[in-house]
Design a protein around this ligand. Structure first.
Ligand SMILES: *Cc1c(COP(=O)(O)O)cnc(C)c1O
Ligand SMILES: [Zn+2]
Length: 397
């Protein structure tokens, strides 16, 4: 089914054929300069009527719902992560139908593997051996991991304050790591300069349209693991806004071909100091986050790349947006571990802090089906929880 699509600019609506453009809409992105969100992010639009016929006939796997032909996918296993109900955590907040999609159990320990996998597949199709990204940490370790598996070279622009485990992953996987004395936003700019002068395929989130399509696969899986039913709401940690746009796109595609009857309410959770998307959703006006300083490093973003599509996902799904504090995130991490046995990094734990708020403010129904999207593994960053932990002292023998 691959190549059965075209690109559509999410801003001006102009359509482009596959191969005609590589990253952003050339018209809209002409005005782009670092420091503002990406302009002219492209969406992949399938030929839904032929997909519909194809699916009805073949009852096939979700790889047919991707823009790259199966033969280019790396010989590696990404996705297929557990989806299960959590009675204890649900009860704790007065909900009866809370589920976990545990994407921390991907090979590199985060949902980012889904995007890396598809961009590496695209590099196979194009015959490009070097793939470049800027990252707060997980996109980098994910790209390095998938590149190692596929025999490609990863070039990584990483802020120096990224958690150690994420740095180690890159180095062990043989990536070229370029530490950036600055923020993620600085790393983003440097990586764009690199690919425009030196070449390679750029995997920057939302910049390469396949990052959204790759992250979409988590939504497709939730749907099939949920017996081909759409949950009522999905709670998503949001940084650049690509995951939430990807999950929305999964259900959008499923509705287009008549397999799903609705799109779940997309619930955006951001850290209080890194809430540019939240503020945009609430006010309709975009402003950079002034000084993102949160322990949730994977969602610490001043200028989120995909703010407009993230905002649209929340609005068009009838969803909600909220912010949580670092203290609430730490409590959420502990509660999630204690009540479910799922160990999530701080950025992923925002969904539990979010669930707490939604419960306190009566924003969800007691019996509705709620999915917590766990985006990254707790072992990615143990320094942060260690600050609040007391390790028992050894007894004298
Ligand atoms: C990247 C990431 C997010 C946020 O995804 P965006 O697409 O940037 O919104 C959330 N949690 C974890 C663990 C991540 O690595
Ligand atoms: Zn455009």
């Amino acid at each position: 089914m691959a190549e059965n699509f075209f690109y559509k600019c999410s801003q001006c609506g102009k359509e482009y054929g596959y191969g005609e453009v590589s990253y952003l809409c050339p018209v809209c992105s002409a005005g782009y300069k670092p420091g503002v969100p990406l302009l002219g992010v492209l969406e992949v639009i399938y030929d839904y009527s032929s997909l519909k016929k194809y699916f009805r006939k073949h009852k096939t796997d979700w790889n047919d719902f991707l823009p790259v032909d199966k033969k280019y996918l790396p010989n590696y296993f990404v996705g297929g992560t557990p989806f299960h109900k959590t009675i204890n955590l649900g009860n704790h907040f007065g909900f009866t139908n809370v589920w976990i999609k545990n994407d921390g159990l991907n090979p590199s320990g985060s949902l980012k593997d889904r995007a890396s996998f598809l961009v590496v597949a695209e590099s196979n199709r194009l015959g490009i051996d070097e793939i470049v990204t800027a990252s707060t940490g997980n996109a980098a370790s994910s790209l390095s991991t998938v590149c190692a598996a596929a025999g490609k070279k990863a070039v990584i622009f990483l802020p120096v304050n990224a958690p150690k485990a994420k740095l180690v992953q890159n180095i062990l996987c043989g990536a070229e790591v370029i530490p950036v004395k600055g923020t993620y936003d600085d790393a983003f700019r440097l990586s764009l300069e690199y690919t425009s002068t030196k070449g390679g395929l750029n995997r920057n989130t939302a910049y390469h349209p396949f990052t959204i399509e790759g992250k979409k696969t988590v939504g497709l899986e939730i749907f099939s693991q949920n017996n081909f039913k759409t949950p009522d709401s999905i709670i998503v940690p949001v940084g650049d806004g690509v995951i939430i746009a990807g999950v929305y796109k999964a259900f959008y595609d499923l509705v287009q071909i008549g397999i799903a009857d609705k799109i779940p309410k997309m619930i955006c959770v951001q850290a209080e100091s890194s809430s540019a998307i939240h503020n945009y959703i609430k006010s309709g006006i975009y402003k950079n986050a002034e000084n993102p300083m949160t322990i949730a490093d994977s969602i610490s973003v001043k200028t989120p790349s995909n703010v407009f599509l993230a905002g649209r996902a929340v609005k068009e799904s009838g969803g909600l947006s909220l912010t949580v504090t670092d203290d609430e995130i730490m409590q959420g991490q502990k509660l999630l571990a204690e009540k479910t046995g799922v160990f999530a990094e701080p950025s992923a734990s925002v969904v539990v802090a979010g669930l707490q708020k939604l419960s306190q403010e009566n924003l969800l129904k007691k019996h509705e089906q709620i999915v917590l999207l766990i985006t990254g593994h707790g072992l990615k960053d143990i320094e942060t929880p260690l600050r609040n932990l007391k390790i028992p002292e050894a007894q004298k023998l």
